[in-house]
Structure formats: C-alpha cells, structure tokens
Ligand binder design. Structure first.
Ligand SMILES: [Zn+2]
Length: 185
C-alpha cells in the first residue's frame, strides 16, 4: 500500500489533475486531497459559498480489470438556508463508488455496486471527479437544523402574506435535478 500525499501546502488552484487510474488501481493506492471552494468552480455555480472545503480520500482498486474508486468525502459547505435564506454551514460525510469505463455504452449499467464514469483510465481527472462527487453530495434542501433556524419559532402561525397566491416558490429544491443535469453533460 502506497500513499500519495499532496506535497504542496499551499498549491496553486489546479483545474485539472490527471492521474493514471489503471496504475493506481493495480497498486491499490489511496490518494488524499483537500479542495477549497475556489478550486471547484462548479460548486460556486451551485450556490456554495466561500469558507467551504472538502477532503476526499480516493481509494483505488481493480474490479473486473477496470480501475475502481471508493471515495470518502468529508467537509463543510456554506449554502443558503432555504427557510431563512441566511448562510448555513453544513457538514458533508459521504461515500462514493465509481468505476472507470472508456466506452459510452458501458455507462448504462452498474458493475458490482460501482457507478460507471466515462474517462480515460490513464488520464483520470481527480479534480473533475472531486467536483462531481461534491456536487452530488450537496443536500437537496440546505437548511439549518430544527431549532437553529431563525425563521422557525418566530411567529407560531407562520401566516403567508395574502395577495400573491400564484407565486410559486422557485428556490425550494435548487439541487433537485442536479443528477439529471450532470448525466446529460
Ligand atoms: Zn435557516
């Protein structure tokens, strides 16, 4: 078991990091990375604010001759609470399991519980994968915990203002279709 640690304490924001997933899988290598919000631009597009960061352990292994990655993602993301619209820092603690396939036709079905991702096995972009998995780990409806949200408990009746009955709340589920969007890319 070998470990590759990020050598630079304050490295410049890298937008790609290509690794040889096939070789890492053969050696069953674990790779640890930490990403600040600014290094994952698609998170900002999804409403993730400054002060967010995630650490991810990518554990590589082989499955049916293909490189597979079991990931452990932990971190804190700052989002807008959907009840009070103020900032709320939420803890992420997610696992993911992906397998690298090189043909689009192989994307259709899971293998051994691994979700297929299309990439060149010898040039897997860890940065892209980190961004992708963090987006999927975001809560569908970010909100303060019950009791911690200023919006709750203020007025027990929670009466809606009359007069605009047709106004539909458009910010209820900002990430509801995220998986669809990601899969259509
Ligand atoms: Zn709130």
């Amino acid at each position: 078991m070998s470990r590759i640690q990020d050598p630079a304490e304050h490295r410049v924001a890298a937008q790609t990091e290509k690794v040889d997933a096939a070789a890492l899988a053969r050696l069953e290598t674990a790779v640890d990375r930490r990403y600040m919000a600014g290094e994952l631009p698609r998170l900002a597009e999804a409403g993730v604010g400054a002060g967010s960061s995630v650490t991810i352990r990518f554990q590589f292994s082989e499955y049916e001759g293909r490189p597979a990655v079991t990931g452990a993602l932990r971190g804190t993301v700052v989002l807008a609470c959907q009840r009070c619209l103020r900032e709320v820092a939420l803890t992420l603690d997610e696992q993911f399991r992906v397998i690298v396939v090189e043909q689009e036709s192989a994307l259709a079905h899971e293998r051994g519980g691994y979700e297929p991702i299309l990439a060149e096995a010898h040039r897997l972009d860890l940065h892209w994968l980190a961004e992708e998995e963090t987006l999927l780990a975001l809560p569908l409806v970010p909100a303060h915990e019950m009791g911690a949200c200023p919006e709750l408990g203020e007025s027990p009746a929670q009466q809606e203002e009359p007069g605009e009955p047709d106004e539909t709340p458009s910010t209820q589920r900002p990430f509801a279709n995220l998986r669809d969007i990601l899969q259509k890319r």
